[in-house]
Write a protein that binds this ligand. Sequence first.
Ligand code: GLP
Length: 241
Amino acid sequence: MEKNIFDNYEALSVFAAEFIAKEIHQKREFVLGLPTGSTPIGMYHALCELHQLGKLDFSNVKVFNLDEYIGIDRSHPQSYYSFMTEHLYSRVNLKPENIHIPSAEAGDLAVECALYDKKIAWAGGIDLMVLGVGANGHIGFNEPADKLMSPTHVVELTRRTIEDNARFFEDVSCVPVKALTMGVGSILKAKKILMLISGKAKQQVARELLSGYITTKNPATLLMLHPDVTVMMDKDAACED
Ligand code: GLP
C-alpha cells in the first residue's frame, strides 16, 4: 500500500486527478470505478478542468459508480446519479452508454445487483477504482459488520452513516436507510485502487487502514489484501500539522 500525504485538500484533489488522468492515458479503453461524497468533489473539479484544457478525453472511458440510495428517485437532488451528473457526467465527454450506476428503480434489486457485477465483467473489469471512506470505515456502502458481502448487494445503512449523510438532506428522517453497493469483492477485483482520505474526522479510519490489521469492523482495512493500492490523504487525515 503506497501512502501519499498532501498539505491540504486542494493539493490532494489535484494530484488525485492527475493520477487518474495518467492511468487513463495508458490504455485505449479504460474502466473507471467512482465514488461519491464530499471528499472526491475537488478531484472531480480537477478532472473537469483537465478535460476543459484538452488534456483528458473521456470518449473511451467507461465509468461504474460504487453505490446508490434506495428509496429516492434518480431525479432526486441527493441521489448519487444527480451528484455524478452535477460533478462529472454533464461536464465531460463521457458517452451516455458508458455511464453506469446501480439503479434502485429496477423492479428486482437482486437481479440489478447481479447484472451490475456482470456489466463490470463484460467491460473487462475495473482498471482503477477510486474510493472515499466513511468515518466508520465504510467503502461504497459496505458498512462495518461481522460479515461482509462480496458481490454487489442491497445494504442497510448504519445509524452513523445516516447521521453523517444527513447534512445533505432536509433532516435525518429524510435520509434513505438502504442502498445498493458494490460489494467488497467487486471492489477488490479492480486492478488498481486509489483511496482518498480528507479531514480530521477520518484520522482513526486512516490510522487503522495503515495499521496492518484487517477487520470487517473497518471495511477499508480489507484494502490491505489488494496488491496495488495508493492512499492519498491530506495532513488533517494523516494527523500531521
Ligand atoms: C458515502 C458514500 C461513500 C463515501 C462516504 C464518505 O457514504 N457512499 O462512498 O466514501 O460517503 O463521504 P465523505 O467524503 O463525504 O466523507
